[in-house]
Write a protein that binds this ligand. Structure first.
Ligand code: SF4
Length: 382
């Protein structure tokens, strides 16, 4: 029996110093704490998130969320409209049908013209296509439906209370059929080792995602493993697939102990490289973009965001291929955070004063820079 506890929170919106370059978000919001979907690999069970002990049966409902968020965005002199991602608990879990916290927040974001990135496993997202389409038209909207397998049995084990894979594929199809301004894709994350990572399974997923008409696929090799969450996941794995425990011990470097977890947070690098390479090849084969097209604001940040997108996309590809990527990544992040247009900086010949911009990156920037960029808006928000 699920218990809902209504609670007031002082802070509603999290602000990142550096954006998340997968979902392109600067802000995140959790409309609920805890998640009724109860996936056995869910990272939100980790101690650092301080979720209810009975994570999937005690759901904290944030009270007065609409008023508080509206107040925060109205009074926020230093905040610029930028992508808000729904956080680490499913915004369309069953509680949403009753409380509508997510819908109310979307209304506030729409009012203040903030773009949004929604991540969910729920069909309920279809209820809000009207407002999501409006946000997409006015600024930008992306919906990412998580599908970790097309095998119903494995899905039931990993994600016991979630709509079936078929139902989730149908959600994407419906979004694509019924909207014009929403990017909709699949988060194939996590690719669970030894259950969902065979060549046949990876290929079947890529093929299905392509057939569904998704705009993109995001993939992430390997489940992350941390304290409480790892204990929970391994307990279930041991009950259902005890033969896999030894393989996990090898992959994450630990000795199984039901009381505690002392292994690595992610699988061995060689495992990542192997899976990522296969996925990149499949994306190429099925012509599936593996990056989301980002939100580009129409003020002084326009060219900064566009250059940062190119650098961060390049850094991502190099990282997936196991090549050096961090210079481009950090240059992209620092350009993203500039307080004036990069065009003005280029005109003053000061590009290398931006941290991590060296000769090679300056050349890359200049190749991609539109020097006729209108710099109006420069410092307008500062
Ligand atoms: S739907 Fe997402 S947030 Fe909810 S339990 Fe599953 S992984 Fe965690």
């Amino acid at each position: 029996m699920v218990e809902y506890i209504e609670k007031e929170f002082k802070s509603i919106l999290n602000v990142f110093k550096y954006i998340d370059s997968w979902y392109w978000c600067k802000y995140t919001i959790n409309t609920y704490n805890g998640c009724q979907f109860g996936c056995i690999y869910c990272d939100s069970r980790s101690a650092k998130y301080r979720m209810p002990t009975d994570f999937e049966n005690t759901i904290i409902v944030k009270k007065n969320i609409k008023e508080m968020l509206d107040k925060r965005l109205t009074r926020a002199r230093k905040l610029l409209p930028d992508v808000v991602a729904t956080g680490s608990n499913d915004p369309y879990q069953p509680a949403e049908a009753k409380y509508k916290n997510t819908r109310q927040c979307l209304e506030v974001f729409s009012k203040h013209k903030y773009p949004v990135s929604v991540g969910t496993k729920s069909k309920l997202v279809l209820r809000d296509l009207d407002i999501l389409e409006k946000i997409g038209k006015d600024s930008w909207c992306s919906i990412c439906v998580t599908i970790t397998t097309n095998d119903q049995e494995i899905s039931k084990f990993l994600e016991p209370r979630v709509p079936t894979p078929k139902e989730r594929f149908d959600v994407i199809r419906t979004i694509k059929d019924q909207t014009n301004y929403i990017q909709a894709g699949v988060s194939f994350i996590p690719i669970v080792p030894y259950l969902c990572d065979s060549d046949e399974h990876l290929e079947a997923m890529a093929k299905k995602i392509k057939e569904t008409g998704a705009d993109f696929i995001l993939f992430g090799s390997g489940v992350t493993m941390r304290d409480l969450q790892a204990k929970w996941f391994l307990k279930h794995l041991n009950e259902r697939y005890p033969e896999l425990i030894e393989k996990y011990e090898e992959l994450y470097d630990f000795k199984y102990n039901p009381e505690s977890y002392e292994g690595k947070y992610t699988p061995k690098t060689s495992y990542h490289k192997k899976i990522n390479k296969k996925m990149l090849n499949l994306c190429e084969k099925y012509e599936l973009p593996y990056r989301v097209k980002r939100f580009i604001p129409q003020d002084f940040r326009r060219m900064n965001y566009s250059i940062a997108e190119k650098l961060l996309n390049e850094a991502y590809r190099q990282q997936m291929l196991g090549k050096a990527w961090s210079k481009k990544y950090w240059a992209g992040m620092n350009i993203q955070n500039l307080k004036e247009s990069i065009v003005a900086i280029a005109k003053r010949n000061e590009l290398q004063e931006i941290r991590n911009v060296n000769d090679e990156i300056e050349e890359f920037i200049r190749e991609n820079l539109d020097v006729d960029e209108d710099q109006t808006g420069l410092l307008r928000f500062l």
